[in-house]
Design a protein around this ligand. Structure first.
Ligand code: M6R
Length: 366
């Protein structure tokens, strides 16, 4: 079942180009400039009249929610709040009947997310599910939804579920942006066309695998690792850190790059690898100056950069190139090298990649 792959995780990382195509098949019609999603079309008024969207999820799905916050607010201009389902359910949240709640869950069985959905429904909110497992408890409990269609995800570390969740959420944001008129037609069409090129660009990002393996070998014995990113790529930094800690048991933290100076910079010395997402879009110059700060403290820099980048290459110890795309879609590409980096480190350390200690694929206890 693993085909020629050593682990399900690696197989699932490589499945992402096809998984994303399966996610947008029948929905994205770039030529015609149409996005078809029954779950949204049938409830369009609820979405358009929503005062805000509240996203609830856990773990990697929560990171997808954070990426969606940037995308929804930027493209559709709808205020978004992203909550850990476990916090939301226990803090007497303010939810109104004109709120739309989006619950994201790969398994569709996560106890905390389920409880958050029930609470939101009790308070009269409309709850929309983004699940991977068809017929799962969450997909049945929600008022409407859209499946990710990523196919079964066996590895405990979530990979293709994350990128397909972002794909579905991007489609929703674009659809709402179009209906609201918050995007120009040209911009809308450009986004649709660019989304269609993402699977091919992920294929290209996967070609860096051998190089990433070399980088992994250099840092496999690190005790700690920092991940930095800004804007759309801040949640990707969080996700990169979660992937590393969960399967290699190396302590890792993700931060918005500019927050470094408010604390984490104290950790930086020649022992500290810092993975910086520094693609040539949004805040690039500012990220380059963050890299300079790390360098002057002897930190080891692994830059995730756009093809052909020179500025970061001059400063970084290693660069991993990814194809260029529009800023809002960069998370779909920058995630790939981070998944591979943590995979190779965990394998080199002899860890059980597909079934890390203390973790279960679906967390059905609170
Ligand atoms: O099935 P869900 O998406 O609801 O699961 C949420 C988290 O338990 C899950 O994403 C977890 O963090 C993964 N092991 C991360 O790789």
């Amino acid at each position: 079942e693993k085909n020629n792959f050593d682990h399900f995780m690696l197989k699932e990382i490589y499945e992402q180009p096809n998984a994303i195509k399966d996610t947008y098949r029948g929905r994205l019609h770039a030529e015609e400039g149409i996005i078809r999603m029954a779950g949204i079309d049938d409830n369009l008024e609820r979405f358009l009249n929503a005062r805000r969207i509240v996203i609830v999820a856990c773990g990697t799905s929560w990171h997808a929610g954070l990426v969606a916050e940037y995308i929804f607010e930027d493209l559709a201009r709808i205020p978004v709040e992203v909550e850990y389902a476990s916090e939301f359910r226990y803090r007497n949240p303010i939810i109104n009947s004109d709120d739309v709640v989006i619950a994201i869950s790969q398994s569709g069985e996560t106890a905390d997310t389920m409880a958050a959905i029930k609470l939101a429904k009790e308070k009269g909110a409309f709850v929309f599910g983004v699940c991977n497992v068809v017929g799962s408890s969450i997909s049945r409990e929600t008022n409407a939804g859209a499946y990710t269609h990523a196919g079964p995800e066996i590895g405990v570390a979530s990979t293709k579920a994350f990128t397909t969740q972002i794909t579905v959420l991007t489609l929703i944001a674009l659809k709402l942006a179009k209906a609201k008129g918050s995007m120009s037609n040209t911009d809308f069409h450009m986004h649709l066309q660019e989304l269609e090129t993402i699977p091919q660009k992920i294929e290209l990002a996967l070609e860096a695998n051998d190089h990433i393996k070399e980088v992994a070998f250099k840092y496999k014995d690190a005790r700690n690792c920092l991940y930095l990113g800004r804007g759309f790529n801040f949640p990707v930094a969080l996700e990169g850190a979660l992937k590393l800690k969960e399967i290699s048991y190396i302590h890792a933290e993700g931060y918005p790059a500019a927050e470094m100076k408010h604390g984490p910079i104290a950790l930086i010395d020649e022992e500290m690898p810092v993975v910086v997402i520094a693609t040539r879009k949004g805040h690039y110059e500012k990220v380059v100056s963050n890299i300079q700060e790390i360098k002057s403290r002897q930190g080891k820099i692994i830059g995730i950069v756009t093809e052909g980048d020179t500025s970061v290459r001059e400063l970084a110890d290693h660069v991993i190139e990814v194809p260029d795309t529009i800023e809002s879609l960069t998370p779909l590409i920058t995630t790939i090298p981070l998944q591979l980096l943590s995979y190779h480190i965990a394998v080199m350390l002899g860890k059980n990649v597909d079934q890390p200690r203390n973790l279960a694929k679906s967390v059905t206890v609170e």
